[in-house]
Design a binder for this molecule. Structure first.
Ligand SMILES: C[S@@+](CC[C@H](N)C(=O)[O-])C[C@H]1O[C@@H](n2cnc3c(N)ncnc32)[C@H](O)[C@@H]1O
Length: 420
């Protein structure tokens, strides 16, 4: 494709994504579906540029105030992640001079909000939570691309065996630092045609998500509920930990998301999983299981702000009002899910949010209203399931994962045991 045609296409995609009226990944996929003639490399360039723009949107929008021509084209030039000489071949003489001027601006001369690229309502609680010194590494880590992590399905093979299969396929990987089930893959190789993947030997799952399932630690023969199962990332990990025995209910209000679990279940070889759509958290199905369940995982709907490395649009699409609405949902779901836990059973509340409002606050409110649930020190619980150096991952007995400290998405989880 001619350089200017690709740059114009990039500007068009940026114009669509920058409206922020839909998740960026959905807009990008729809754009590519309508342009089937685009090659792999061109798609890669457009997607990388759009994500680069979303990560540093405040800075790029500020810089794009100078220059001439349509703003989406200026943004595409500034955020360009394709070949540099290819871009230059698309630029007018005026654009080349402008780009050089903008690139000469020293990043550290910019005001703070153009350096951290977070909305104020999010920057402030994070700065308060981790302190000024740690805030900057956190903001930088949130703007990095996430690595590709896999969870090995130990029903099918051992982690070393999966690693050897990847190596034989020419894919470099290494064991994840904390999860005993994880592999971190170098680069972004296509995995979906590998027999290791199609045969259910591995699933794509961030190391942090693996740790949440490990914290629930379900055992053979138990009755377990994954209350907010979605497309079942954690369900699959729980089913394998149960060695395909017992009963694992995968609940969700979204039938569409549960549908996405089905092909994954088929690959996994699990037959102990019972997916069920519920109308809401007080559904009769939930009530019927009151006091009967050994372990319940609440992977609550949340702002998703711990996953900004993958979903940078969320920082621009979420609002403080949305977080308040989510808190109400989180309280209601946790209270309902807790009723299912039997005496001596375990309850885990988890989010992929960085905000105390969705994490510690929800957990401590629950504890004050339910003294029969006692917090289990997460480092001890994780240590028992072979998580390395679990003490590095916990704060006040809860699992608290930070992208800048641990190299994973941001996660929070508390485990409680119900008094016998
Ligand atoms: C964080 S996502 C779950 C991700 C999933 N556990 C995984 O590992 O792939 C939260 C899920 O909660 C579901 N949800 C929202 N409200 C719910 C409710 N009242 N009861 C049960 N699930 C709910 C959403 O549909 C969404 O799939």
């Amino acid at each position: 494709m001619h350089p200017n045609a690709l740059l114009e296409l990039c500007a068009e995609l940026i114009g669509a994504v920058n409206k922020l009226d839909a998740p960026a990944d959905a807009t990008v996929s729809a754009f590519f579906r309508q342009r089937k003639n685009l090659g792999q490399r061109e798609r890669g360039c457009l997607a990388e540029t759009v994500y680069a723009l979303l990560r540093e949107r405040t800075k790029f929008q500020h810089l794009a105030q100078s220059g001439t021509g349509p703003v989406p084209r200026r943004l595409a030039i500034l955020a360009w992640r394709g070949n540099d000489s290819f871009l230059r071949a698309a630029l007018t003489a005026g654009e080349k001079i402008w780009l050089e001027q903008v690139q000469a601006i020293a990043a550290d001369s910019l005001p703070p909000r153009l350096r951290h690229n977070l909305p104020d309502w999010l920057a402030e609680p994070l700065r308060e939570r981790v302190g000024e010194e740690e805030f900057w590494p956190l903001a930088a880590a949130l703007n990095e691309a996430a690595p590709l992590d896999l969870r090995v399905n130990t029903l099918k093979l051992k982690r070393e065996e999966a690693l050897a299969e990847l190596k034989a396929a020419g894919i470099d990987a290494e064991p994840t630092p904390y999860s005993p089930l994880g592999l971190r893959v170098q680069g972004k190789p296509a995995l979906h045609k590998l027999p290791l993947f199609t045969g259910g030997g591995v699933e794509v799952q961030d190391e942090g998500s693996q740790l949440l399932a490990l914290l629930l630690a379900p055992k053979r023969g138990e009755m377990v509920v994954d209350f907010c199962a979605g497309a079942g990332g954690k369900t699959l990990a729980l089913g394998a930990a149960m060695r395909n025995t017992g009963r694992l209910y995968a609940f969700d209000v979204s039938g569409h998301r549960l549908d996405a679990l089905k092909p994954r279940l088929a690959r996994s070889g699990l037959s102990n999983v019972y997916p069920a759509q519920i109308a809401h958290e007080r559904d009769d199905r939930v009530k019927r299981l009151a006091g009967k369940i050994d372990r319940v995982l609440v992977d609550a709907p949340c702002s998703g702000l711990g996953t900004l490395r993958r979903n940078p649009d969320l920082k621009w699409r979420q609002t403080p009002q949305a977080v308040e609405e989510l808190q109400a949902k989180q309280r209601a779901i946790l209270a309902s899910a807790a009723r299912m836990v039997k005496a001596g059973g375990r309850l885990v509340y988890a989010t992929c949010s960085l905000l105390d409002a969705e994490n510690e606050q929800i957990a401590t409110e629950f504890e004050s209203a339910h003294p029969e649930f006692k917090r289990l020190p997460a480092d001890e619980a994780l240590g028992k399931v072979q998580v390395e150096r679990a003490g590095e991952l916990t704060e006040s007995g809860a699992l608290r994962i930070w992208p800048h400290r641990h190299g994973m998405d941001g996660f929070f989880a508390v485990a409680w045991e119900r008094a016998a």
